[in-house]
Design a protein around this ligand. Structure first.
Ligand SMILES: [Zn+2]
Length: 82
């Protein structure tokens, strides 16, 4: 079982920095995740407002992580799929 133990202790290889917003979206129910995606695509809502709302819902995240997720796919964005 050594190999299995190793898998547990060393999960996945390096795939760039983990995106906090992407991790939250993975945790949320599909309808909630869809709502968050809609808000993320609404330019009139600031990254700070979104970070505050998610943090208040029990999903701590900071505004720069939200802004980075909004630039996903770009050279200065996160690695979440668009
Ligand atoms: Zn992301």
């Amino acid at each position: 079982m050594t190999a299995l133990t190793r898998l547990v202790e060393e999960p996945a290889g390096p795939r760039g920095p983990q995106c906090t917003v992407g991790a939250i979206l993975d945790l949320l129910d599909p309808p909630a995740a869809k709502k968050v995606c809609e808000v993320l695509d609404t330019a009139a809502i600031s990254a700070t407002q979104i970070a505050d709302a998610l943090t208040g819902s029990g999903h701590p995240v900071r505004a720069p992580a939200v802004a980075r997720h909004r630039r996903r796919g770009g050279s200065n964005g996160c690695r979440c799929p668009r």
